[in-house]
Design a binder for this molecule. Structure first.
Ligand code: SAM
Length: 251
């Protein structure tokens, strides 16, 4: 298995920690993604690469019918344990276990960069109704904030960050009306250790050896304990949720 595939499949080993320590998604981003459908009716939504259900939970809370598709068994079990009123199915973006033209919108949370886009985009178009929406979103640390930028720098490992160009969904003839927007978001953490636990659910931390991980964690803890923003009790990590939405062309 090459490094990309190992990383794409790395999250399950820490599925419980993932569910505990990763952020959710802003409601404003979900609502904006659905605007092209121009309806207030209950929709049929698909959360693709649903993980432990961080985004699916937000879609359910908005009152929609949600199917969650996720390839990793441990992540999917965690989703089933934590998010109710969701149909949960094993499956990949390149082969979605859902019939043709049955979904109003496909959501992808912090996962589109793992897909083989040449295969995934036609497959997403297949399950969408004509005029349906694809919304790919990423929770990103807001590195305009100085301490966050410094934290990100220190958390670098020998394996590159996937965040180099994560918001890139390549143009495809089956999709039109591509729009992007960023939403301010925050991730509440109770302590420096909590934020380090979040960082340890990133694939670049999951695939390195224990020695390197321990060294990075030690540096991160020293940094967070030295900063006034994070050293004393609970704090919010400023995030930006970057959303790309596009509409499936009508045949
Ligand atoms: C960073 S997690 C995001 C999980 C969830 N969407 C969230 O926002 O918390 C990335 C997820 O993508 C899944 N994944 C990786 N490759 C995939 C593929 N080809 N098709 C579908 N899901 C994939 C992984 O198993 C993992 O659960």
């Amino acid at each position: 298995m090459d490094l990309h595939a190992r990383r794409a499949d790395s999250f399950g080993a820490q599925a419980e920690a993932y569910a505990e320590h990763r952020p959710d998604y802003p409601v404003a981003a979900i609502r904006w993604a659905l605007e092209p459908l121009a309806t207030s009716e209950r929709l049929e939504l698909l959360d693709l690469a649903a993980g432990t259900g961080k985004l699916a939970a937000g879609l359910v809370a908005e009152g929609h019918r949600v199917t969650a598709v996720e390839p990793n068994e441990q992540m999917l079990s965690e989703l089933v344990r934590r998010v109710h009123d969701v149909r949960a199915l094993p499956g990949h973006a390149e082969h979605i276990p859902v019939p043709d033209h049955t979904v109003d919108a496909v959501f992808v949370g912090t996962a589109f960069h793992w897909f083989d886009q040449e295969k995934a985009l036609p497959e997403i178009a297949r399950v969408l109704r004509p005029g349906g929406v694809l919304a790919a979103m990423w929770n990103e640390p807001d590195t305009d904030v100085e301490w966050v930028a410094e934290f990100e720098r220190i958390s670098g490992t020998s394996v590159e960050s996937q965040r180099d160009a994560p918001t890139c969904v390549r143009p495809h003839p089956l999709f039109e009306a591509v729009e992007r927007r960023a939403f301010a978001h925050a991730h509440h953490r109770n302590s420096p250790e909590d934020l380090i636990a979040t960082t340890n659910t990133l694939s670049r931390m999951l695939v390195i050896d224990d020695e390197e991980r321990a060294a990075v964690n030690e540096k991160l803890l020293a940094f967070l304990r030295s900063r006034p923003e994070t050293s004393n009790g609970p704090f919010d990590v400023p995030l930006r949720t970057e959303v790309t939405r596009m509409v499936c062309v009508s045949e």
